[in-house]
Design a protein around this ligand. Structure first.
Ligand SMILES: [Zn+2]
Length: 484
């Protein structure tokens, strides 16, 4: 008999098959497409079957997904997870304010336990929001003790992570060459499989001497992909792309983060190399790296993945990334048309495309698309069920891709599965201690405040506001006169 039953408390033991029933399934697999009233069966950590009224093994636990959207777990390819410890602190920052805080004045105060605290809360936040794979762009690793703390946190939360190892206070060609660094990789990363991978994270300044060569060579020796903030106004530019390209270090495993304010020559080099981009539209809009570039990248055929960058400003949910990217792309397309007196009648960028970028786009950027990124039988089961029967915004479900992008939000994430394991069900995290993470972060906030003092704390959080010069308005005079 193929009996299933609704889950009760301890039913989600690892290894028990799970079936999602009656969902709108966005498989993101072009061979399968979208299913309405579809089922997805998970056995042995993998997607076993996708279809209608699936026959399932005895003892399978059933998740009622009716009125919900089941999609692959979302993938964030660039997050400075350690900065979640100061969530929201920089809401009114520009990139200059950010650089002054972390790079110039205060970055060095963060201790291993602060990295741990930020990563722990960030990892929980990601899983809770249906982000099943996160790249921890961890550039606060001043010592390998900091790196140990970062990985400790990532291993405490059963999401999928990629440690992008970096150190904003050190020279990458130096720290990537130390024996401690090699030892760290051997002890903490090698043999960890697909739940914890690693990249090398550093920026290329454009210095013609190309000192970063040593770091690229280290990445090659360790077999690590490189992720780099490329095309950031005032920081990294075309010279960096050209040096990477001319020296053979731009390749399909490279991720160019932001990729804004670059010349067409740079975009052509990126396109020809097969490198990926990681676009953080919410970040680009308020920090000022340059305009979110997807509207331009398509002319070069450059592949896109999405990211949220840092919770010192923004959230860790890819709903925001998808929405911001679609908005930025369409806004720019309209503005470009208006410049020549034209009107965009039909949008180019579709909701379905940004859902693709948030899932399989990220998987491809990380070289993990044979494992995750779509609901394809045989792939690892990283799944998100978006369902919220109490929300007026979750009904009716007419256009599922559009619904994910413009209607749904992190509060609608009902269930999250990573590697076949249910980490969230019925809007509640399972076997994950948020209280412990909150406690750790509270101590970091207290410590940071005590180091900075009340005055610096307030000044950094509330940077001086740019003044606006009010234009003379002839109508004001007229109106004033009329009301006399
Ligand atoms: Zn960044």
């Amino acid at each position: 008999m193929n009996q299933t039953r609704a889950p009760i408390a301890d039913d989600f033991t690892v290894g028990r098959p799970v079936v999602f029933r009656n969902a709108t399934v966005l498989t993101i697999d072009p061979a399968i497409g979208m299913l309405t009233n579809g089922d997805v069966l998970v056995t042995d950590k993998r997607i076993a079957a996708v279809g209608h009224n699936l026959t399932v093994p005895d003892g399978t636990v059933e998740i009622d997904a009716s009125d919900g959207i089941l999609m692959p777990g979302m993938i964030d390819t660039h997050r400075h997870m350690w900065q979640t410890a100061l969530r929201g602190f920089g809401a009114d920052w520009t990139l200059t304010n950010y650089f002054m805080y972390y790079y110039i004045n205060w970055g060095k105060m963060f201790r291993p336990e602060d990295i741990h605290a930020g990563n722990l809360l960030s990892a929980i936040e990601a899983v809770d929001a249906g982000v099943t794979t996160s790249v921890d762009w961890s550039h606060g690793l001043q010592t390998t003790q900091h790196a140990e703390a970062a990985v400790d946190a990532l291993e405490e939360i059963p999401g999928r992570f990629v440690l992008a190892y970096g150190n904003l206070l050190g020279a990458p060609w130096e720290w990537s060459r130390t024996p401690e660094f090699a030892d760290f990789i051997k002890r903490r990363i090698d043999g960890r499989g697909d739940m914890l991978r690693m990249q090398l994270a550093f920026d290329v300044t454009g210095d013609p001497a190309f000192p970063e060569r040593g770091a690229f060579e280290a990445a090659r020796e360790f077999g690590l992909p490189v992720t780099t903030h490329a095309g950031v106004w005032g920081a990294t530019n075309d010279n960096g792309i050209r040096l990477m390209s001319e020296n053979g270090f731009l390749n399909p495993s490279t991720i160019c983060v932001h990729a804004a304010t670059l010349s067409d020559d740079s975009y052509q080099r990126i396109a020809a190399s097969g490198a990926y981009t990681s676009i953080s539209s919410e970040s680009e809009a308020s920090a000022g790296q340059g305009y979110s570039p997807t509207w331009h990248l398509r002319q070069f055929g450059i592949p896109v993945s999405l990211s949220m960058d840092t919770s010192v400003w923004w959230s860790a949910d890819l709903f925001s990334a998808m929405r911001a990217t679609l908005n930025a792309d369409r806004a720019r397309a309209h503005l470009e048309a208006h410049k020549t007196g034209d009107t965009v009648v039909n949008n180019f960028l579709r909701a379905e495309q940004v859902v693709n970028w948030a899932t399989i786009g990220g998987a491809k950027a990380l070289g993990m698309d044979s494992l995750v990124g779509s609901i394809t039988p045989g792939k690892q089961a990283d799944l998100v069920l978006i369902k919220n029967d109490a929300s007026p915004a979750m009904f009716p479900l007419i256009n599922p891709y559009g619904h994910v992008v413009f209607q749904a939000g992190r509060g609608d994430v009902h269930s999250v599965m990573v590697d076949g394991r249910v980490l969230k069900y019925d809007h509640r995290l399972r076997d994950i201690s948020l209280a412990r993470a909150k406690h750790a972060v509270a101590r970091t906030v207290e410590y940071a405040y005590s180091q900075m003092g009340e005055r610096a704390w307030q000044e950094v959080m509330n940077p001086e506001q740019t003044k606006v010069e009010l234009l003379d308005n002839p109508y004001t005079y007229t109106n004033t006169k009329n009301t006399d």
